[in-house]
Design a protein around this ligand. Structure first.
Ligand code: SF4
Length: 350
């Protein structure tokens, strides 16, 4: 069983009065204190005194409440019908981190204490999404709710307990619904015995050898694959989030080996329900600027000159691989994936 890696211990913990009034908030403060971190109990519900420096910000855990606007569900194509947030921010240090372009302010981790209010928003959305709810190919998944858009929830589960609560909540929810999250972490032990009732799909973010050098603070691929095996054995629906797909030296063989390793990890597990989501690397002018500040020594290619510029329907600009390369990569990578993992369902390539 994997999980030898030490859990993240924040150096600074801040808690607002409103958050501490929730049993979930008080429990988070207790868990942080049990790890030896002093919990600063703020006088007001506004977060103050946040560190500006990347290094300290990434070691800061704030226990707060999600406001009504934060609790409002958002569509999240092509992954799921709806997005809801248990937290925002992540303690790992991936030099391509997609949060760089989407979260404002210093990269602290904010965890929401008012989980009952967050979960109470979900029932009104059942049957109303535009991804799985509207797709015949994915109809079997029901209404899907994604909770890892702005965090890696397993990275902080030892502090929040939110995944366990959410998985049990979906397990007890007798409806056509699915909880989904993606993680690069491996501490799945406390989740294995939960009554998930097949209503959670746990996806592991995986990549070819060579990508790990861009993933500081996250467990190695072998640990993630061992965790994938453990949760599949526990009857969870599982998935691969292959992201970000990079033009690594020898990428074709490297991705082929990755899928061979996944097949080996799942060998002998009965009834695996496996999906794959294939996401190529892209960046925006803003994410590139933020990442260059956070990771000045990074070797990650973010060169506009070798990319295609695309304007999204909302008018923002992103840089992706040129079309011919994208086509060649897609054919090779999907080919390897389906050759090694015959039962896999590819949900999308983007
Ligand atoms: Fe960002 Fe995910 Fe890496 Fe965390 S694990 S730093 S959210 S890319």
């Amino acid at each position: 069983m994997p999980g030898v890696r030490q859990p993240w211990i924040p150096k600074f913990v801040l808690a607002t009065p409103a958050a501490l009034a929730w049993p979930e908030g008080a429990a988070m403060a207790e868990r942080a204190a049990a790890l030896g971190t002093e919990v600063v109990r703020l006088k007001s519900d506004r977060l103050s005194g946040l560190p500006d420096q990347y290094r300290d910000a990434k070691r800061t855990f704030a226990i707060v409440t999600a406001s009504p606007s934060r609790r409002r569900l958002q569509p999240i194509p092509p992954s799921a019908d709806w997005r809801f947030d248990l937290a925002e921010g992540c303690p790992a240090h991936c030099s391509y981190c997609y949060l760089a372009g989407s979260l404002a302010g210093p990269p602290i981790v904010r965890a929401y204490a008012n989980l009952p209010e967050i979960l109470a928003e979900l029932p009104a959305a059942v049957g109303h999404g535009r991804v799985t709810s509207a797709s015949s190919a994915r109809a079997s998944e029901g209404t899907t709710f994604e909770c890892s858009c702005y965090t890696d929830p397993l990275a902080i589960e030892h502090l929040t307990g939110h995944l366990a609560t959410s998985i049990a909540h979906f397990g007890a929810w007798d409806a056509d619904v699915q909880l989904r999250f993606t993680t690069k972490f491996d501490a799945v032990g406390p989740l294995l015995g939960l009554r998930h009732q097949g209503r959670t799909r746990m996806r592991f973010s995986v990549n070819a050898a060579g990508a790990e050098r861009h993933e500081g603070g996250a467990p190695r691929m072998a640990q993630r694959l061992a965790a994938l095996r453990a949760v599949a054995q526990a009857g969870y629906k599982v998935g691969l989030t292959v992201a970000p797909i990079l033009r690594l030296p020898g990428w074709q063989d490297a991705y082929d080996r990755l899928f061979a390793d996944v097949a080996a990890a799942l060998d002998g597990v009965d009834g695996v329900d496996l999906t794959a989501e294939l996401i190529t690397h892209r960046f925006t002018p803003k994410s590139r600027e933020v990442l260059a500040k956070w990771y000045p020594g990074s070797a990650l290619e973010m060169d506009e000159a070798v990319r295609s510029r695309k304007t999204t329907k909302f008018g923002s600009v992103k840089y992706v691989f040129p079309k011919e390369e994208m086509t060649a990569m897609r054919a090779a990578i999907e080919g390897s994936l389906t050759r090694h993992l015959a039962g896999v369902r590819v949900l999308y390539w983007t």
